[in-house]
Design a binder for this molecule. Structure first.
Ligand code: AMP
Length: 417
């Protein structure tokens, strides 16, 4: 038996309905705030992620599905959505549009991670990006929109962690300070952290071993080193969130796995999830567009994992399918009957009814049983090109009609109920 690759899963019909629900909430909440849908290709030039996500990140170093396309080009299945959206923004000259450009997506992403509950190799993210607005209201609005989406989906036990990374210049200085601090405590750090002191000292805050954690508790924090205008920006973001009643915890150690962030950084977690507790997060990336070859343009965005949202949300009652009419051809071997039955089902759908055609050649008795299973309101049994019986499955009543009278009769009946 051939099985789906490790870390992937099939979306079977019962799951599809909950995904549709998320899509609907995202379209409604983001659409009302002026965000428009964008979709980019499933694969991109590898260089986009190397430049856009950062060479030193885990994503680029370990998790990308990269391949040669046979023409000497290295392509990569997209591991995240922000770099592709910024690539599209530049490529299509969207800087000429009245700013800001507000976009959202619901797409699949690919990372070669160790699969576990809530962590897959192909997963879906709903994401939003605002390009061309640098004020703190933009940050607060985006965060509020994600909070609303999680609330609409009924995600339980959410918490928001918030930080600011300042500007790259502040980070360079801070990085030197942190590196010196780590060097001074080298013997207490884990092997992995020690090996990465120069490459990415911030990642030491992510470490889980007791030794490193102890050292990091007393480490200098970036939040305490912000330049005055960055500190001011962050204070306003916080004031706006306070006013909106969105609770958050300041987390000076918040580090996310992408290198392009500046200023505001945030992450929602859910207590309803296990080890993989991150539901969604994002931050500002005021230098990314420039890094990708565009003009310097402010940007901010978030992405939230579809699977984790569904894992952390209670099962919601989804509307059960309605079947108004099941059309059964009374004589399987007769072409005129097949044509007439086919036509009745097609006409019924054109008239706005949910109509199914009996396709397996069941006997009349088992077709009626099938209609019960489907919850069909009516069954039309087509006898020849002109005559049919219409059975009301609720009352059990059966009428003899011309085939032309079937649909008006069903419409009349379904209007009455
Ligand atoms: P990131 O792009 O890493 O910041 O991830 C944003 C969100 O996407 C996370 O909070 C998760 O909800 C989701 N996510 C990231 N990686 C995976 C994965 N491998 N499987 C499932 N969801 C993921």
């Amino acid at each position: 038996m051939i099985q789906a690759p490790k870390g992937t899963y099939d979306v079977l019909p019962p799951d599809a309905a909950r995904r549709e629900l998320l899509l609907g909430h995202a379209a409604r909440i983001l659409g009302a705030a002026g965000y428009e849908r964008i979709e980019t290709p499933a694969f991109e030039a590898t260089e986009l992620f190397a430049r856009g996500v950062g060479e030193a990140t885990d994503i680029v170093q370990k998790e990308m599905y990269s391949f040669d396309d046979g023409g000497g080009r290295s392509l990569t299945l997209r591991p995240e959505g922000t770099a592709p959206v910024c690539r599209a923004y530049i490529e299509h000259g969207m800087h000429k549009l009245p700013p800001p450009v507000k976009l959202w997506y619901l797409s699949s992403f690919f990372r070669a991670e160790n699969p576990q509950k809530g962590r897959y190799r192909q997963f879906w993210q709903v994401g939003a990006e605002v390009i061309g607005a640098d004020g703190p209201e933009t940050d607060a609005e985006l965060i509020v929109l994600l909070a609303e989406l999680l609330e609409a989906m009924g995600v339980k036990g959410t918490r928001l962690r918030l930080a600011s990374l300042g500007t790259p210049e502040t980070r360079v200085e801070y990085r030197q300070e942190l590196t010196a601090y780590l060097r001074a405590h080298e013997s207490e750090l884990s092997e992995e952290v020690r090996a990465r002191i120069d490459l990415n000292p911030m990642r030491a805050f992510d470490a889980s071993d007791a030794g490193t954690r102890r050292v990091m508790e007393a480490a200098p924090k970036l939040l305490e080193r912000l330049a005055p205008d960055d500190a001011e920006h962050f204070a306003t973001v916080r004031a706006l969130l306070d006013a909106a009643g969105v609770a958050y915890e300041l987390d000076p150690t918040l580090v996310r796995g992408l290198d392009y962030y500046t200023r505001t950084l945030f992450e929602f977690t859910s207590d309803a999830l296990g080890a993989q507790s991150g539901v969604g997060g994002g931050g500002r990336y005021d230098r990314l567009i420039e890094q990708l070859g565009g003009q310097r343009t402010a940007g901010i965005g978030w992405a939230a994992g579809l699977e984790r949202i569904l894992l952390a949300a209670p099962e919601q009652p989804v509307m059960s399918r309605v079947v108004d009419l099941l059309v059964v051809g009374g004589d399987r071997d007769s072409r005129p009957v097949a044509l007439a039955a086919f036509e009745v089902a097609r006409e019924a759908r054109r008239a706005g009814l949910a109509a199914q055609l009996e396709l397996t050649g069941r006997s009349l008795k088992s077709a009626l049983k099938h209609a019960d299973r489907l919850g069909a309101r009516y069954v039309a049994i087509v006898h020849d090109g002109e005559h049919a019986s219409l059975k009301d499955m609720e009352s059990g009543e059966q009428k003899e009609l011309t085939t032309a009278a079937v649909i008006p009769e069903v419409l009349r009946g379904s209007r009455l109920t």
